[in-house]
Design a protein around this ligand. Structure first.
Ligand code: SF4
Ligand code: SF4
Length: 445
């Protein structure tokens, strides 16, 4: 069978064998939950509880502020012990609510009650998605209801489900799709109804063929029309929106435009499952599956983690050896974010926690001159010239970077990965973007 793909890209070792066969396992409740009001792209939620309040699981503790925002819910019943700034995985202090969970397990009224969603209108369904606090669970954390509200002049005809999970090590989506196939298909049906589209394509990398076969069988058994799983080549970044759309539909998203300009809305597989749980069973987003993996993790696996769980608690459950660990990353090795503090909480965008041993961690930050080998240009999935960004950014010519298509770069890290001179190209690109935006803000003010 020929596998669909996109031009460029790289083939890092996928390392999924460490956790792919570990079933989803709930972690015991920690002694405290630190729940940030900012767990999504857009305006942070506004805190609506105070110290001393008693909350139930699923109760709103933060109200959405504006359209590009979502509410935040309590991940457990208990007492609010603090409201204020706490360390966030983004590396800064941000407004958070600390809850001391109790044993009651109380939930908000209506939690888990089934809902005949077929009778609801598209707007009613969208409101339920928003009120449940759902955001893109692939890591992007863009509010899902916003993606489901394209402007009237954009004609959407295809829903794409991102089930590629192309980041090495991560297996949380794979396990979810294997263990919650029914919910995934229900979520897709709900998303199709909201978007009013006939067609859905599910992109799955061929290292998850068992999952592809289960989905095909279930779609057939349920007699679902217009939902097609498609096998993709194992290649990074196969799950990046633009590359996924190209691989599945052959459509190109023009420079500076969005998937909706190609008639497509992309949702992650885990997000579709969260939509099903919110709409069908009235369960807001209070937890997620997190792959905890790496060479210093004693029990790598896929853990069901309440939002706000401190990293240290999760690492203890997974029997991590911190003495031998050189680096802790939230997400995967290509696009993840290194963490400096063990009390940062798991949030909606935490798809994985990767531990690298001391000897796996690159300490030498020196790099050599560009060899003009062209490897970075060859593999760039956005058809850019990373080597040019590198040399321009290093010499402070940020404006020229912008003219060379800087903002088309998706920061996938592939150019850094292949560079034989170990030039941190992605770092230079991020720096250039930061400086260009800073200059624009300065000019505006
Ligand atoms: S980080 Fe940017 S420039 Fe480098 S390969 Fe990825 S998209 Fe291309
Ligand atoms: S891969 Fe590195 S050495 Fe080769 S052209 Fe790109 S920047 Fe230069």
């Amino acid at each position: 069978m020929s596998l669909r793909s996109f031009p460029g890209g790289i083939h890092p070792d996928d390392m999924k064998h460490l956790s792919r066969n570990r079933k989803i396992e709930p972690v015991p409740m920690p002694e405290k939950l630190i729940i940030p009001m900012s767990q999504h792209i857009g305006a942070p939620a506004k805190c609506i509880v105070k110290k001393g309040d008693r909350v139930r699981r699923g109760q709103k503790i933060g109200e959405a502020e504006g359209f590009v925002s979502v509410p935040v819910h309590a991940s457990a019943s208990g007492e609010v012990t603090a409201v204020g700034e706490a360390m966030h995985p983004f590396g800064k202090m941000l407004m958070s609510v600390t809850i001391k969970p109790d044993e009651s397990g109380d939930t908000v009224e209506g939690w888990g009650v089934e809902r005949p969603w077929e009778e609801l209108s598209r707007d009613e369904l969208k409101t339920l998605v928003r009120e449940a606090g759902i955001v893109g669970l692939g890591g992007a954390t863009f509010p899902t209801h916003v993606k489901l509200s394209p402007p009237p002049d954009k004609h959407i005809n295809t829903l794409v489900i991102n089930a590629a999970e192309c980041e090495p090590y991560l297996t949380s989506d794979y396990r979810l799709m294997m263990e919650k196939t029914h919910e995934l298909l229900s979520g897709i049906r709900i998303l199709k109804k909201i978007l009013d589209v006939e067609e859905c394509r599910i992109g799955i990398e061929s290292n998850k063929k068992d999952c592809f076969e289960i989905l095909e069988k279930e779609i057939q058994a349920q007699g679902l029309a217009g939902i097609t799983p498609i096998l993709l080549e194992v290649k990074y970044p196969q799950g990046a929106e633009i590359q996924l759309i190209y691989a599945l539909t052959g459509r190109e998203v023009p420079s500076g435009k969005l998937p909706m300009d190609a008639g497509v809305v992309v949702q992650n597989a885990g997000t579709a499952i969260a939509v099903s749980e919110a709409v069908e069973r009235n369960i807001p987003l209070t937890e997620r599956v997190v792959t905890v993996t790496g060479s210093t993790v004693g029990t790598p696996g896929n853990y069901l983690v309440p939002f706000g769980t401190p990293l240290k608690h999760l690492l203890d459950v997974a029997r991590a050896d911190l003495e031998k660990t050189g680096k802790i990353i939230f997400g995967g090795p290509m696009m993840g974010m290194a963490q400096a503090f063990l009390d940062v909480p798991v949030i909606k965008g935490t798809s994985g926690v990767l531990l690298q041993a001391l000897d796996e961690t690159i300490k030498d930050s020196t790099y050599s001159s560009c060899l003009r080998c062209g490897k970075c240009v060859e593999i760039c999935p956005m058809w850019l010239m990373p080597t040019r960004f590198g040399s321009l950014s290093r010499t402070g010519r940020f404006q020229e970077c912008e003219e060379a298509g800087l903002f088309d770069c998706k920061e996938c890290g592939s150019c850094t990965f292949v560079c034989p001179s170990h030039i941190p190209l992605t770092h230079f690109i991020k720096l250039a973007k930061f400086r260009v935006l800073e200059e624009k803000r300065r000019q505006k003010s």
